[in-house]
Design a protein around this ligand. Structure first.
Ligand SMILES: [Zn+2]
Length: 129
């Protein structure tokens, strides 16, 4: 059984694989499926800055490409000691698959805080409104 500390540890592990030579800002994400599998992502920057992709979206895309669409929780770890929130684009991509996602954000070396997707993106784009 995957607990929150373990998922956060995986996000911190994923962070090591970030490719961030321009900003130095490394982010790791670990996305837990309802089946208990974890898909990891880290940000990948590009010299054409607009092509950079966030850790969270890489984790989601890896999961979806593996046939997953039921996600339960996301852990995110980022450079620095402050709380870093996922960007709006990543939250919107997550909302495509679930509205009940728990989101754990690293705070300091060991800590984290818990949010939900609804906390962070209460009003979102949908074709079904
Ligand atoms: Zn993002």
């Amino acid at each position: 059984m995957m607990n929150t500390e373990n998922l956060m540890r995986q996000a911190r592990e994923a962070q090591k694989n970030a490719y961030a030579p321009y900003s130095g800002f490394k982010v790791g994400a670990a996305l837990l499926t309802c089946k208990g599998l974890v898909y990891r992502g880290a940000n990948v920057e590009n010299s054409s800055f607009g092509l950079t992709v966030c850790a969270e979206r890489i984790a989601v895309f890896k999961g979806v490409n593996a046939g997953e669409s039921d996600f339960k929780a996301l852990a995110v770890a980022a450079s620095g000691s402050g709380l870093i929130y996922p960007c709006g684009a990543c939250l919107q991509v997550l909302a495509e698959f679930t509205s009940e996602l728990a989101i754990y954000l690293a705070e300091g070396r060991e800590g984290f805080r818990c949010f939900s997707l609804n906390d962070l993106l209460p009003l979102r784009f949908s074709l079904n409104q």
